[in-house]
Design a protein around this ligand. Structure first.
Ligand SMILES: NC(=O)c1ccc[n+]([C@@H]2O[C@H](COP(=O)([O-])OP(=O)(O)OC[C@H]3O[C@@H](n4cnc5c(N)ncnc54)[C@H](OP(=O)(O)O)[C@@H]3O)[C@@H](O)[C@H]2O)c1
Length: 147
């Protein structure tokens, strides 16, 4: 199964200003919706509580501290699933990732929630594709396979 981390990041590697921020600066929500529709989407409880738009037509799996990432993945019988943050959840699934879909944005926060909220093993990424999000503002989603 493909296990795809999907995230909008600032130029300094943050995904939010703080753990309870509802993301309004991201320009790739419609791409997120398109790409994740029909597939299981795993997210942490902080992220789930921050979402203010309904995510229809996909199974949302909310991760809590007592949940085991391996068991969650073992219970998914699909070709792919998405890991949709936040930083704590991305970190817990880091060793299982097969792909990263990252959309760098023209923002610098200086501090906040990192893409991975803690140390993860080094990953070698192989570029696969780039998807335009907002060409005028230089926003593109970069898709990588974890080697
Ligand atoms: N830019 C993007 O693409 C993007 C994407 C997703 C999310 N975000 C942002 O990321 C932020 C949330 O990230 P986050 O890392 O704070 O949260 P998160 O990963 O969404 O959820 C927190 C996770 O950590 C667990 N946890 C909390 N305290 C813990 C502790 N002391 N020990 C062990 N586990 C603990 C929670 O379990 P319990 O439920 O048991 O507490 C939950 O599983 C939000 O602002 C959200 O909007 C941005």
């Amino acid at each position: 199964m493909d296990i795809i981390l999907i995230a909008a990041v600032t130029q300094d590697g943050f995904i939010a200003r703080h753990p309870h921020e509802t993301i309004r600066w991201s320009k790739d929500l419609s791409l997120f919706k398109e790409q994740t529709t029909g597939w299981p989407v795993i997210m942490g409880s902080n992220t789930f509580n921050c979402i203010n738009s309904e995510l229809k037509d996909r199974k949302i799996i909310v991760m809590h501290r007592e949940d085991n990432p391996q068991k969650i993945l073992d219970n998914i019988d699909k070709e792919k699933c998405f890991i949709a943050g936040g930083g704590k959840t991305n970190m817990r699934f880091a060793s299982y990732l097969t792909h990263l879909y990252i959309t760098p944005h023209p923002n610098v926060f200086g501090s906040g929630v990192c893409l991975f909220s803690g140390p993860v093993k080094e990953m070698n990424l192989v570029f696969e594709a780039v998807i335009p999000v907002d060409k005028i503002n230089g926003i593109f989603q970069f898709q990588y396979r974890v080697n």
